[in-house]
Design a protein around this ligand. Sequence first.
Ligand code: NAD
Length: 470
Amino acid sequence: MANEKDLNKQRFDREAAASLVKELRTTFASGKTKSYEWRVAQLKGIARMVYEKENELVEVLHKDLSKPETESHVTEISMVKTACKHALKDLKKWMKPEKVNGSILTFPSSSEIVSEPLGVTLVIAPWNYPFLLAIDPVIGAIAAGNCVVLKPSEISPATSSFFMEFLKEYVDRSAIRVVEGAVDETSALLEQKWDKIFYTGNGKVGRIIMAAAAKHLTPVVLELGGKSPLVVDANINLQVAARRIVAGKWGSNNGQTCVSPDYIITTKTFAATLIDALKNTLEQFFGKDPLQSKDMSRIVNSNHFARLTRLLDEDNVSSKIIHGGERDEKRLYISPTILLDAPEDSQIMNEEIFGPLLPIVTVDKVEDSFDVINSRSKPLAAYIFTNDKRLEGEFVRTVSAGGILINDTIIHLANANLPFGGVGESGTGSYHGKFSFEAFSHKKAVLHRGFGGDAPMRYPPYTPAKQRLL
Ligand code: NAD
């Protein structure tokens, strides 16, 4: 009987990874993925899968994260439908070579930028939006004419199996494949030479990905995370602000979102008013006992549950809880929890929280928040709620972040005309809409000349007569 190691080997090891990449290289070399028609057929296939398997998708997302059905539709399924529609509508435009001006030295000639696919690409996905964050980069890879291997997260196994079972029914299997697995399988994939690696997840693994890619000089997109700050000024519509903050923190995968507000900064004088508004909104949204609410996702697994409770139980932190803190370990729920002025050197103030805990930091003047933010690593998102245009302008100018959103949370990523990605430790590269196409394309410089207009002055011998013309 085969032992577990053999079974793993049969599943997916280095040889299997090498042979998969070889197969996809043969497909890419055939040129078929480059045609507009092939790309459209694949994108339509993915769109068809989403429409036909919508119920299955809701079910797997519920299995993996207890995601409420409406949330699954709004934050995953409809986003993927939109991404397919957008790519199908604009693909011709994206693929068209872009004419650019020449220079005096290249006269007479014409110049253009031709977008060409990179080749055989790898997408490694996380568990928190296990459908959207896996298939969205794949849409970009296909739109740009590449072969692609998708490695979904093992931490969201139901969605991972969904991809394994269904994707092949809708797309060309000779160019688009799924590999399931965890560290071993991903490591086997990472040993291969890829033409692009697109990774979404935490920065620790991001470093492993970048090191593996460096061996082959493979370019990477790293979609990472970090501590996204949210500044609250006193002069705001508090009711609307509280709704948007609570929705962005607890109503979106219960804080398990890369752009989730990680901590709030507000003034000492406004903190109590803000906390009251947040508490009232939490009760309106999730009732008196939020642990029983059906409108909140659970913590993904017991490891993450333990990680979050450790953050709360640290010395000098538990006494800072001013709301929530209740836990249901069996069902993997932690109630929405607010902390006030947790110690600066505590873990909760230094690690990405990625869960339903929200520390509030108080400062004397709202402008002091800029220094708090800029003294840390550059975040994936930075938010400010204010009616003060001067403060808003200063925030945009002073704060470096992957993206900035004023007077709301999270929704900037739903505008596909904006690039989505990090800066510094929150990531490198970006995607969404045309930026996805570009992430998976090489912009090839092409200059066309005829045989006319051949200026003798550029050729030796460089006689004094020629030099006088300079
Ligand atoms: P995860 O644990 O699912 O890991 C992501 C992927 O990395 C998985 O496919 C996993 O198999 C693989 N992986 C894990 N360990 C590995 C290793 N040692 N070697 C090779 N591959 C390995 O997800 P996660 O990292 O817990 O995701 C949460 C993090 O991702 C947070 O930091 C969050 O902010 C970030 N995130 C960023 C974005 C974004 O778009 N920027 C989106 C979602 C999540």
